[in-house]
Write a protein that binds this ligand. Structure first.
Ligand SMILES: [Mg+2]
Ligand SMILES: [Zn+2]
Length: 205
């Protein structure tokens, strides 16, 4: 009797759950068109909240609209440099992000190749759908957390549960009637506590 699975044993590749995270106003303090490392500042408790989600088995995927690239305020390389800094800071807390997806576009502002009506700019779900393909994510068992209506819309469109944080622009939420059932949290730490509880409920189904 084999004590371990044979390499030829077919096994189901189980889809994984993720928490999709908006960046500005959700992870870091909202500062309009942030791109300088010295301006990057975590919202209090966020690295610890991400660790909690990671430890609970969720993939962590950042999905961020950066139309500042299209508008010519900064370059895609600046965004990527800032993200290397963010990842290095998170590693100090034992957090490793599973993916960072950037939409550098704007439908009608800026210059080629970025002034296009893309599928990735939130409220559209393109970044979440791409991540789901890349990382084998079960969208129906996943969450989208953000501070803007467009984050919630992207999450809904992808089939995730969308959660609003009252940090960043979420401090003055304006939800249309169709989204009034959206759960609202003070910040990412309380959101993470909810997700972890809900995640245990999911996995016991
Ligand atoms: Mg935001
Ligand atoms: Zn885009």
């Amino acid at each position: 009797m084999p004590s371990h699975p044979s390499p030829l044993t077919p096994h189901r590749k189980t889809a994984r759950r993720a928490v999709f995270l908006d960046r500005d106003g959700t992870i870091n303090v909202e500062k309009d068109y942030l791109y300088r490392i010295e301006d990057f500042e975590f919202i209090p408790g966020v690295p610890q909240a991400l660790k909690r989600l990671q430890d609970a088995g969720f993939l962590l995927v950042v999905v961020t609209n950066q139309s500042g690239v299209a508008r010519g305020y900064y370059a895609l390389e600046d965004v990527e440099r800032l993200h290397r800094h963010m990842c290095a800071e998170l590693q100090k807390y034992g957090v490793i992000l599973d993916g960072i997806y950037i939409c550098p576009h704007h439908p009608d502002q800026g210059q080629p190749p970025y002034n296009v009506d893309c599928d990735c700019r939130k409220g559209k779900p393109g970044m979440l759908l791409q991540a789901a393909r890349d990382l084998n994510i079960d969208l129906a068992a996943s969450f989208m957390v953000g501070d803007k209506l467009t984050d919630l819309e992207a999450g809904h469109a992808a089939g995730c549960q969308s959660l609003l944080v009252q940090t960043g622009y979420g401090a003055t939420p304006m939800l249309p009637p169709s989204l009034t059932e959206t759960r609202i949290f003070a910040a990412l730490p309380s959101t993470a506590a909810y997700i972890v509880r809900k995640g245990i409920f999911f996995s016991s189904q």
